[in-house]
Write a protein that binds this ligand. Sequence first.
Ligand code: CAO
Length: 433
Amino acid sequence: MATEIKLQKLGENLEGGKVLDVKVEAGATVVQGQPLVEVEAEKAAVEVLAPEAGKVTQVLVQKDDQVTVGQTLCVLDGANGAVPAQPQEKAEPTTEKPQTASPPQPQPQAVSQPQSRLPAASQRPVQPRATTGTDKPVPAGPATRRLARELGIDLQLVTGTAPAGRVTPEDVKAYVRQLATGLTPVSAAAGPVAAPPLPDFERWGGIEKKPLEQVRRKTAEHLSRAWNLIPHVTQHDLADITDLEAFRKSQEGNGPKLTVTGFALKAAAIALREFPQFNSSIDLAKGQLIFKHYVHIGIAVDTDRGLLVPVIRDVDQKTVYGLASELTEIAQRARDKQISVDDMRGGCFTISNLGGLGGVSFTPIVNWPEVAILGLSRARLQPVIQDGQVTPRLMLTLSLSYDHRVIDGADGARFCRRIADLLENPLKMLLHA
Ligand code: CAO
């Protein structure tokens, strides 16, 4: 029986993604669970799997196609009739109903045409990607959505002029006109962000041009936005982690692998509870600070696709051992392309540990809409004067970048010192759940 393999929901407010890889050809025989197509949305790559064993009769997409949720990716002639494949990702529970399969078509021809495809990325207008800063669904009718899709415009960026902020087709066209002038309302507010044309580098030697991968593009957009929106200050401090390191080593083989990052997670969670302004987001338009009653911390993970920041939830309620094993698991999933968009959302604060690689200190960029990020550099043995004696101690540089609109310098220094204090006295962490 022919089953259309459709793209299922990828994450909240995600209408589709880009085909990273088509793993089968028409005529291929597949086993149940075999990856058919890999789709990338935001920074997450998800594999669409065969729901049952069978023969792929049609492949309707190709690498780099933009695909939308519900679109048929390929057709599988399976022995048993089947439910549609789910992307291989763990998504947070959602109130939306899951997509259901289209009934199998009696005529293979009926499913042989892919749904209308978006124009290739290179044909769409280039869109500066500063955003309005909201993930809420944009109020807009089907005609507006269709027009935006055809033009490759993110409706989140368009200001709606109809009642209740509804976006009209005219609004989309006006936005495109603004793009043509190189000035969007957001870029105008945030200052000039459009780069001048690049020089012809070939004048000075050979060059090679490569398209920006999705993760690199998203990272660039996100960091530019954060850098433009947030007045950054970076506070550096030193934590003496000699005792912590001795304890860590003494625990080797006793449970999940403990690393500095696991302890830093716990210390940051305690500090976030004590300094709630570090666990907030600012909404200048509404004149509000939004304080979160939960402590979810993102961890910057270096993967071969680029930087990913999966989020560990309720860090304040977990032990260092629990955090260590979750950290190992989530970093591995990020590297194995098993991370979903929702796994990377909802963070309150971020930790970026470059210490495994080296370095003395650095200035991390705040992961907007958060207001602070902690960078860890490589801990080094340094001569420290204790009781008038020069003593070798293992010193870890902490680099806390924060949003100066929300956090005063004195609080930045106090917060950073508190984390240092907890790392210097790991027993104090036991006092917290
Ligand atoms: N100083 C000294 N040693 C450190 C250290 C530090 N700051 N951080 C980690 N180490 C040690 C660990 O303790 C471990 O030592 P042992 O092998 O002796 O046990 C070793 O380095 C390897 O650690 P790790 O990096 O594998 O594990 P981790 O839990 O400390 O870090 C993770 C996990 C995901 C944070 C890390 O692997 C990673 O991806 N880091 C890069 C983050 C990044 O790219 N940031 C840049 C973002 S842009 O701002």
